[in-house]
Design a protein around this ligand. Structure first.
Ligand code: GLY
Ligand code: MN
Ligand code: MN
Length: 444
């Protein structure tokens, strides 16, 4: 899938590039360097083998260019000068080599094509000591050795949370791709397919290979939904599936979507009622993705709302407040409400207090929260509340005083459903939130 004409990437790109250039100039000043040098990266080989792991480009490289498959290439940027792309296109008849640069971004770069990785050195700055070199150690050529200066990265990471309109467009396309897969997967579930076959149907619908996914698909039938990162893909379907949890995204030009839906079998009305409650809660949290909203406060708020839902459906006998205070809520909702998303599905700098590398701590008792910043326009966050029936955590709860506040008969009856998670990707704006996932479902 490509961007549709109305996505207008060529019109949006110049302002994006100007913003990346400005951030880079500020970051260089913070680090006391003149020139930014970014390695796309080199493939990592398997141990004692002649094959490589799938190539994953440096996200700092992808922030400039939509080149997800350009190992051995480099970007060089000195503020005030046109950025340079040193593009490795090897002479190689064993593999498909990266296609020659083409498209809306090429006029904005001075492009040099090289044929071997070592040739890059001749086109990189003469004096390495004046450069900030961003990349993995194995990208080094000669004395150009990645040093990833912290003052530079702290600033770039902090600001990466603020997406440009160009980036939001990429994420819109990534969302649509993911939704194509979700539609096909839900249909396969209704037809009685196995986890493995649902996964294959997802890939077929998105036209993505596994290594192009932003993260490994989570395709869980029944109690497997209780494993938060279940990636096992049973080859055989259960005789009669009760529930289906799918957490799977799309990727476009390096940008991710991260989408979760949970479905009940048509004869599992009691589970559908709980899904409906989580979905209603999730929509309420999405509506709070507004400038000035503290994300950790929203996360704690989610614990209260989810406990109220469990109270309403007679899973617990104490009040919602007591369920949060006595740890019951963390048994059923044991992960964070969400995280920043963009070039990385769990995007960087979720804890950043400022551009200098200071951090905002997680609230006590919430070790898995990945985002403690206050929401601002341009940020894109996931909103992914869940309720799970996890044997290990339920056993721990059973040994605590709060066990008396749990309706164990009802809880035990729900173990077979695994769990529920509903996840959307939401843009914080100056006004109302924009839900990229719901937009994509509405359009697909
Ligand atoms: N797919 C991983 C997550 O939701 O964070
Ligand atoms: Mn997520
Ligand atoms: Mn997810």
């Amino acid at each position: 899938m490509t961007a549709s004409p109305q996505d207008n990437l060529s019109a949006l790109y110049p302002a994006h590039l100007a913003e990346i250039g400005k951030r880079s100039a500020d970051a260089l000043a913070a680090a006391g360097r003149d020139t930014l040098v970014i390695a796309a990266g080199m493939p990592h080989g398997w141990f004692l083998d002649d094959q490589d792991y799938p190539f994953k480009a440096n996200p700092h490289f992808l922030a400039w260019l939509p080149l997800t498959d350009a190992p051995g290439s480099w970007i060089v940027y000195t503020p005030g000068a046109k950025p340079r792309l040193i593009f490795l296109q090897p002479r190689d008849y064993w593999h498909v080599v990266p296609a020659a640069p083409a498209g809306y971004w090429t006029d904005h770069f001075e492009i040099v094509t090289i044929r071997t990785a070592d040739e890059a050195r001749a086109h990189l700055p003469k004096h390495a000591s004046r450069c900030a070199i961003v990349g993995e150690p194995n990208a080094a050529v000669g004395d150009i050795v990645p040093d990833n200066p912290a003052p530079l990265l702290n600033l770039l990471h902090y600001r990466r949370a603020f997406k440009t309109p160009y980036e939001i467009t990429m994420m819109r396309v990534a969302s649509k791709l993911g939704v194509h897969g979700h539609r096909a997967a839900a249909k396969a579930f209704r037809e009685g397919a196995s986890e493995f076959d649902i996964h294959c149907r997802y890939l077929e619908a998105t036209r993505l290979t596994e290594s192009q996914l932003p993260y490994g698909n989570i395709i869980a039938l029944d109690s497997h939904g209780a494993v938060l990162h279940y990636m096992h893909f049973d080859r055989n379907p259960p005789t009669h599936a009760h529930s289906f949890l799918i957490d799977a995204g799309g990727q476009f030009h390096g940008y991710a979507s991260d989408i979760t839906r949970t479905y009940a079998a048509s004869d599992s009305g009691e589970f559908q009622a709980l899904i409906d409650a989580v979905e209603a809660a999730q929509q309420g949290f999405c509506a709070k993705v507004r400038a000035g909203q503290s994300y950790p406060e929203l996360h704690v708020h989610a614990h209260h709302v989810l406990m109220q839902a469990m109270r309403d459906q007679d899973f617990i006998t104490c009040s919602a407040e007591a369920g949060v205070a006595n740890g019951i809520s963390s048994t059923f909702f044991p992960h964070g409400l969400g995280h920043l998303i963009g070039l990385q599905v769990h995007d960087v700098a979720g804890f950043a207090r400022d551009e200098q590398g200071n951090t905002i701590p997680k609230p006590d008792g919430h070790p898995y929260l990945r985002l403690t910043r206050t929401l601002q326009p341009g940020m894109v966050t996931t909103i992914e509340p869940g309720l799970y029936f996890i044997d290990m955590l339920l056993a721990e709860l059973k040994s605590k005083p709060a066990a008396k506040d749990v309706a164990w008969g009802k809880v035990d009856a729900f173990r077979k459903y695994g769990g529920i998670r509903i996840e959307d990707d939401v843009v914080c704006t100056e006004g109302d939130p924009v839900n990229l996932t719901r937009e994509a479902f509405a359009a697909t």
